[in-house]
Design a protein around this ligand. Structure first.
Ligand code: BAL
Ligand code: ZN
Length: 881
């Protein structure tokens, strides 16, 4: 397969000013006629060929300026990549002269299982064009720097598909012959083709409106298949909040008269920001207390906001090429994170984001797929919709704000929009706008875009001089080598630091941002009245690992007193990591696990019984770091079973030591719920209470005693909503008792008619700890409700299993061969999904030798598979190199 390189970027030979599309939708054949109004790029030579991308298209006709072209040297041809070539000698020499290229192609959405381009999902047709799906609809310059004005006409059966949608404003509609109807649309904003969308279906909708700051009324409409329409209200509420927030925080107003969203069952991504017509995976839009957890509600609001925010960061200002993906994704994730922080608890959101970063992005940065947030090369662009581009990308944007202040960041954003509205630009353009708006030097900051790997910031020493009243810290940085990038240079790292009184726990000085630029630097704090305890990397001010030797007592002190909510939580995580690591080392050496340190148990008990902290923060503070996060803290090669057992040992130890308090707090919360009449509520305190109560139940279940089994069954039976019921299921999932099976059956009975509930039912079983989980997963894949072609169900079974670290790494290699078999099968249908699972096998070098060899053998099996897709092959090649 061919690799594309960032530095090879060249502007296109031609521009496409206008696109007129006509879709004639019939069962098994959709005919697409396209008229492209083009002109030559002045920078390209006269006589250059026009080469249009196309994939899986049946070409019917090509016309140039209304004249039919024949295939051959005097007409059109195809190059070795099957692209359509219009001979340059036929095209105007004058770059100002417009010409029209008209193609007619046939496509078959019903057989498009890749879910890229135009495809059928259930009873509806819909599109997904990012990154390179538009070429699967018609011949085009399928690259984001080609921005065009679009008109679209679509015709289909009126009775089967009463709803016809595309980007922009509908300009006409009516009946056509043979019981068909049509609609046409005009989008007044030039856009890259990846933002094109078309939906044809039997849909129902809810609608509302939003008046923008300048007084324009926007019609908002959200569509789904009829049976889901009652679950769209939360999405509408979220959309309005997002629209208002973007006006208030960034001065960005919506720019069309309509904003439509459509929910689809079969979707590779979470959602897609097509101009004025977002398409959403049902999992990220449908909400009801019976089907969605509180976390689902929060996620839906975040993703609705994310896609809406793309209208400015992505659509109005887009990417010049796909290497710049983080320009829109990192920035838009940052914006949705800020929005969610404003909508609920800022500290809780920050903790959730960092848990995700550490469990998903840090491993990516430490594995064979490590890449900078702006990758240097790719084979399949779809492989680069990664946690690095998105989540680390968002952290890089956040660092601009930390370095420049909120005010300075806003100035940079304003300049970015003023300079680049309507353009396709680069990450360097964004950095230049930030630097210029603040007259700040951000040259070294570019390295965040150039280097892969998670930097390590080490506090080499921290000392206090009472005579000078000075506190001094020496800080160094290094970034581990990553594939293809042995040498790393120092980064510009903002380290938000506070000093606390050891006596009172109060702040001795307000937080300040230290700017680490060299390999090692000394920072001196003056006028410090007493020896302080330092709180470093507050609010996780840079995406780094912090190495800072502290005693368990100091960490327990920070857990109790740090005035930075994030670092108070972080101190608990650090302490827990030390304890789990210690247990892991003992188990790995064949020794018995050590007793839990008293200071750790008491600190945990203190959090458990506290009554003066936010219950969501309390929940996160009681939770131990997950296995994926812990892997990064342990020297490779990892023994996954010892790691799992070490973490379980610590969990159990805490629960045994605090059993009485756990039950008391749980009962108190249960009584509170009962006192309110057992009514389901979605306000923040109710969510936080539910979160804590559900987490306590899952904690207690680690003991697997009959009392907790009974409690879990009761919790399930009396649960007010999905959050309660699914927590009870998780509590029982690891306990081999008849009650477990009964509750699983009951849940199935309540869920079998709802695809999203079924996904939860699948996932809880695939994540179980029970010894026969591999066999269960194989059975689940044969279950009548499982669908290999539906990405949500595939993720619910295979994705959840591959993330089940203990069983994926089962000693006999059965987990690896299961995942490899699935990859081979799925790759034939949907390479984007298959390649995501291949990433799990690619991490073989980090695992102990026996398992490592088995994982590698499965990767080799994939390598030797005939007709493996480029997507999966890219992961396999990188994994094996
Ligand atoms: N642009 C792909 C989906 C998203 O990140 O919004
Ligand atoms: Zn996005």
């Amino acid at each position: 397969p061919k690799e594309k390189k960032r530095l090879d970027y060249r502007p296109p030979e031609y521009w496409i000013k206008k696109v007129d599309l006509d879709f004639d939708v019939h069962k098994d054949t959709t005919t697409v006629r396209s008229v492209l109004t083009c002109y030559r790029n002045r920078g390209s030579p006269s006589g250059a060929d026009l080469v249009l991308h196309g994939e899986d298209l049946t070409l019917k006709e090509v016309k140039l300026n209304g004249k039919v072209l024949s295939e051959g040297a005097e007409g059109y041809g195809h190059d070795e990549d099957k692209q359509l070539v219009i001979r340059g000698k036929l095209l105007p020499a004058d770059p100002d002269e417009l010409f029209k290229v008209e193609t007619t192609v046939a496509i078959c959405p019903e057989k498009n299982f890749q879910l890229s381009g135009l495809y059928k999902s259930g009873g509806m047709y819909c599109t997904q064009c990012e990154a390179e799906g538009f070429r699967r609809i018609t011949y085009f310059l399928d690259r984001p720097d080609v921005m065009s004005l679009y008109t679209v006409r679509v015709e289909a059966s009126k009775s089967e598909y009463p709803v016809l949608l595309s980007n922009g404003n509908q300009i006409s509609s009516g009946d056509a012959a043979d019981g068909r109807h049509y609609a046409s649309f005009e989008d007044p904003h030039p856009k890259p083709c990846y933002l094109f969308a078309l939906v044809v279906g039997n849909l129902k909708s809810i609608h509302s409106d939003f008046t923008t700051t300048s007084g324009r009324k926007v019609r908002l409409e959200i569509f789904s298949e009829p049976h889901n329409v009652a679950k769209l209200d939360w999405a509408m509420e979220s959309l309005k909040k997002a629209m208002k927030w973007d006006e208030e925080k960034f001065g960005r107003e919506y720019d069309l008269d309509v904003f439509n969203i459509v929910a689809v069952d079969d979707f590779n991504m979470g959602a897609m920001e097509n101009k004025g017509l977002n398409v959403f995976n049902t999992a990220l839009i449908l909400a009801s207390p019976d089907t969605s957890t509180d976390a689902d509600y929060e996620r839906i609001m975040g993703v609705i906001a994310h896609e809406y925010f793309h209208n400015w960061t992505g659509n109005r200002v887009t990417c010049r090429d796909w290497f710049q993906l983080t320009l829109k994704e990192g920035l838009t994730v940052f914006r949705d994170q800020e929005f969610s922080r404003d909508m609920a608890s800022a500290a809780v959101k920050r903790i959730e984001d960092i848990i995700m970063l550490r469990s998903r992005q840090f491993p990516e940065d430490a594995g064979p797929m490590a890449h900078p947030i702006r990758p240097e090369s790719y084979i399949a662009m779809d492989n680069f919709y990664t946690a690095t581009v998105y989540e680390k990308g968002a952290e890089v944007i956040r660092m601009y704000q930390t370095l420049l202040s909120k005010h300075g960041f806003r100035k940079g954003m304003d300049l970015y929009f003023t300079r680049h509205d309507g353009q396709a630009v680069t990450c360097d353009d964004f950095r230049a706008a930030m630097a210029d708006a603040n007259t700040s030097d951000l040259k070294q900051f570019e390295r965040w875009y150039l280097q892969a790997g998670t930097p390590v910031v080490t506090v080499e020493s921290a000392s206090y001089d009472p005579s000078l009243k000075q506190f001094t810290i020496v800080v160094s940085q290094s970034t581990p080598a990553t594939p293809g990038q042995a040498e790393k240079h120092p980064l510009h790292i903002p380290i938000k630091t506070g000093l606390l009184s050891k006596a009172t726990g109060k702040e001795l000085q307000p937080s300040m941002v230290l700017e680490l630029k060299g390999e090692k630097e000394t920072f001196v704090f003056d006028n410090v009245p007493e020896e302080p305890i330092a709180s470093i990397l507050r609010d996780f001010s840079a995406p780094c690992r912090l190495k800072f030797e502290r005693s368990p007592d100091d960490l327990a002190f920070l857990m109790a007193h740090d005035t930075d909510d994030f670092n108070r939580w972080e101190a608990g995580q650090t302490l827990a990591t030390i304890v789990i690591k210690d247990t892991y080392n003992k188990l790995s050496a064949g020794e018995s696990p050590p007793a839990l340190p008293g200071v750790f148990v008491e600190a945990w008990r203190k959090v458990l019984t506290a009554t003066d902290i936010d219950r969501s923060l309390q929940t996160y503070s009681l939770r131990l770091p997950d296995e994926k996060t812990l892997i990064g803290e342990i020297a490779a090669p990892i023994a996954p079973d010892h790691l799992h057992n070490a973490r379980q040992h610590v969990r159990k130890g805490l629960v045994e030591a605090c059993k009485k308090e756990l039950r008391e707090v749980y009962d108190k919360l249960t009584q509170e719920v009962a006192a309110e009449g057992g009514v389901f509520k979605v306000d923040e305190p109710s969510i936080a209470r539910r979160r804590l109560r559900n987490a306590l139940l899952i904690s207690m279940a680690v003991l697997q005693d009959p009392e907790t089994v009974k409690l879990a069954v009761e919790h399930f039976e009396t649960g007010l909503c999905m959050s309660d019921r699914i927590s009870a299921l998780y509590a029982l999932a690891d306990i081999p008792v008849a009650e477990r099976e009964a509750v699983i059956q009951k849940f199935y009975g309540d869920s079998k008619d709802d695809k999203l509930k079924m996904c939860k039912w699948f996932a809880v079983q695939a994540q179980s700890d029970l010894p026969d989980t591999v066999e269960r997963v194989k059975e689940l894949m044969k279950h009548p409700d499982f669908e290999l072609k539906n990405p949500n169900k595939l993720r619910a079974v295979v994705g959840a299993f591959a993330n089940n670290n203990f069983h994926f790494h089962r000693k006999d290699g059965a987990g690896y061969s299961l995942v490899c078999d699935v990859i081979k099968e799925v790759d034939k249908l949907n390479p984007q999904m298959a390649s995501r699972f291949a990433v799990f096998l690619a991490g073989w070098k980090n695992v102990e030798p026996v398992r490592s060899a088995m994982m590698k053998a499965q990767l080799e099996r994939l390598r030797d598979t005939e007709n493996l897709s480029n997507d999966t092959m890219e992961i396999v090649i990188k994994g094996l190199s």
